[in-house]
Design a protein around this ligand. Structure first.
Ligand SMILES: [Zn+2]
Ligand SMILES: [Zn+2]
Length: 357
């Protein structure tokens, strides 16, 4: 009788209704929110007050793509910092927020107005004006020389956008184009972090995203960069990389974003281009295919996705490896005894073959 109307109770607090089904456990919104925050903050323990020396100021860079993951990351870190202000009237670190506009983002993409709205919503952090991806070509001082190793050389007086356009349109496959863009994006973000004296970049990648990055690296012959792409700690770039959302699935971040008292939906819904179906397989990069695959199939097998990331993270980087000039990742000479010193990794050698600038 009465049982028919009884709601399922949250397994954590055993008080409120367990409206959410999270990894086969019924949770209320409050307990789920605590779950997301504690999973993320457990990965931020190296940035506690305890680890600060004297009156050291610690700055961390958060790249904001406008997708759900980086928005949730910003929300979680902001909540932690607000709590620190309330308890101690100071924070253990400062956040610098950087957004890079990628070429070809559709008209509905994350725009400057979204950035302004977020800066108003999170006023205690420093939001940098958005960067065009082409600014990587001057912001990273070494990149001009490094691009010569794949046959791309700037013409006299050529502007960043013109040079960028020439490089990207010289790529003969979509995968190479995407690969080049992600290398430039990473180098730009590292250059921004260094310019603003940030000791670390805090990435918003979920477990699902890290699995997609791992599989894409392997598929593109970039197995050597897997450990440093997904590991927490000092990266080959000389700044730390951290992934506090690595234990959370993308679907969980989406639920979190929509169940907040003030949902993070608006900016996010406008920017999730990954949800658009690819127009044709031929015009789709490996990265996009794997991301789509994981966002659909991976949902059914989340523990396999978690295994991909865990296994990838266990691969060792041998210290003796030299770093690739372009992507700044270890060069693996798999079984090749030749002592010839290569300046490019296998993945970047393929870029060199696929680009006709
Ligand atoms: Zn509860
Ligand atoms: Zn490389």
């Amino acid at each position: 009788m009465a049982e028919n109307n009884a709601t399922i109770v949250c397994v954590e607090c055993k008080e409120r209704g367990g409206d959410l089904n999270i990894r086969n456990r019924r949770l209320c919104v409050e307990c789920f929110s605590r779950y997301v925050n504690s999973k993320a903050l457990k990965r931020m323990e190296s940035y506690r007050f305890k680890t600060l020396e004297g009156d050291q100021k610690r700055r961390l860079l958060v790249p904001l793509s406008g997708g759900v993951s980086s928005l949730v990351l910003l929300q979680v870190l902001d909540t932690q910092l607000q709590r620190q202000i309330a308890n101690r009237n100071k924070t253990a670190y400062e956040l610098i927020i950087a957004h890079v506009v990628l070429p070809g983002q559709s008209a509905s993409a994350f725009k400057d107005q979204h950035l302004t709205q977020l800066a108003q919503r999170f006023p205690s952090h420093k939001f940098l004006p958005s960067f065009a991806l082409a600014t990587a070509l001057s912001f990273d001082e070494a990149i001009g020389e490094d691009l010569k190793t794949v046959g791309c050389e700037r013409h006299d007086q050529e502007s960043d956008p013109d040079f960028f356009h020439r490089i990207i349109s010289g790529a003969t496959s979509v995968t190479t184009r995407t690969d080049l863009q992600s290398i430039l994006l990473q180098r730009l973000l590292v250059a921004i972090a260094k310019a603003h004296e940030c000791e670390s970049i805090i990435w918003g990648h979920s477990d699902s995203r890290l699995a997609a990055l791992t599989l894409a690296d392997v598929a593109k012959g970039r197995g050597g960069s897997v450990p440093s792409t997904i590991a927490d700690g000092l990266s080959p770039f000389g700044v730390n990389f951290n992934h506090p959302l690595r234990d959370l699935y993308k679907t969980e971040l989406e639920i979190y974003a929509t169940t907040l008292p003030e949902p993070l939906m608006e900016a996010m819904a406008a920017s999730d281009d990954a949800l658009l179906p690819p127009t044709s397989l031929r015009n789709t990069a490996i990265d996009t295919l794997l991301t789509d695959y994981i966002n659909t199939q991976g949902l059914k097998y989340p523990s396999i996705m978690a295994n991909v990331v865990r296994t990838g993270g266990k691969l060792e980087i041998r210290q003796t490896h030299s770093l690739c000039r372009l992507c700044v990742q270890p060069i693996l000479n798999s079984g090749n005894p030749s002592p010839s010193v290569s300046t490019l990794c296998y993945g970047c050698l393929r870029i060199k073959q696929d680009i006709k600038p």
